[in-house]
Ligand binder design. Structure first.
Ligand SMILES: Nc1ncnc2c1ncn2[C@@H]1O[C@H](COP(=O)(O)OP(=O)(O)OP(=O)(O)O)[C@@H](O)[C@H]1O
Length: 249
């Protein structure tokens, strides 16, 4: 089947078939295929170094990639640069959060607004500063605080909030629970459930099984850059055990 040149109403939010990715000469992903339906939450799991972050980076063009098919709502994005993919409604929350430490929380949020989806056809739900503060109340009292003076958990919330300010239809989250306190993981689960209920599509790289189970319907398990298993969330524990990574996710 050939790729449709324009978005189609019936196509999944994200379709990936045969994705390879490289850093320099080193190939990291080998023929990965996955799909995220509209309004669906999908987990990408695997041990450290399996290629989860690289998968998210390859989708948005931050890692060199080649695919038989890489499509957003049926439209081919394989040749597009990162900023163009962001404008089509793909938000990205990087593992290292990338908070601008010299800028205030409000300024970080404003940057998210400026680099996000650009037209009504590609946008997801609209977000204002008030909306993201309602989602993450901790941010409300610190809008004038420099990003560098926030805790790791607060920075994680700001990183998600900043991506939301771009009105994404698809949000890629790289280990949103990593390095944050259990109470923040609970708040993150609550926020992601609300995002899902609002109709956002989510692709979440995670090692925290509680977060995956609370939010996602399906999971893909990758090992050494290859797909090892895919299925409904309730089959993941057994698959992980077989793959020898039970307890890691
Ligand atoms: N910038 C880079 N240059 C070269 N190799 C890299 C780079 N980033 C990651 N790698 C390598 O690519 C492989 C996959 O890494 P990746 O970060 O995608 O894994 P991951 O599943 O997200 O694991 P983690 O949970 O540790 O982030 C690893 O072998 C890693 O060392």
């Amino acid at each position: 089947m050939t790729a449709s040149p324009v978005p189609t109403a019936m196509a999944p939010m994200l379709e990936i078939d045969g994705l390879d990715a490289w850093y320099g000469e080193a190939q990291i992903l080998f023929g990965l295929s996955l799909t995220v339906g509209r309004g669906e939450a999908v987990a990408l799991v695997g041990r450290n170094g399996a290629g989860k972050s690289t998968t998210l980076k390859a989708i948005i063009g931050l890692a060199r990639r080649r695919a038989r098919r890489l499509a957003l709502r049926g439209a081919d994005i394989a040749a597009l640069p990162t900023h163009a993919i962001a404008r089509l409604g793909v938000g990205y929350v990087p593992e290292d959060r990338r908070i601008f430490t010299e800028l205030t929380v409000a300024e970080n949020l404003d940057l998210g607004r400026r680099t996000g989806a650009s037209d009504a056809a590609s946008r997801g739900p609209r977000w204002s500063v008030e909306d993201v503060v309602a989602l993450f109340p901790n941010l409300g009292g610190m809008l004038d605080r420099p990003g560098g003076q926030m805790s790791g958990g607060e920075q994680q919330m700001l990183s998600v909030a900043r991506a939301l300010m771009g009105d994404p239809a698809l949000l890629l989250l790289d280990e949103p629970s990593e390095g944050v306190a259990p109470i923040v993981v609970e708040q993150m689960i609550d926020a992601l459930l609300r995002l899902k209920a609002s109709g956002l599509s989510l692709l979440i790289s995670e090692q925290n099984s509680a977060l995956c189970e609370a939010i996602c319907e399906r999971a893909y398990l990758i090992e050494q850059g290859e797909l090892r298993w895919q299925g409904a969330m309730d089959g993941l524990a057994a698959a992980s055990e077989t793959a020898g990574i039970f307890g890691k996710i």
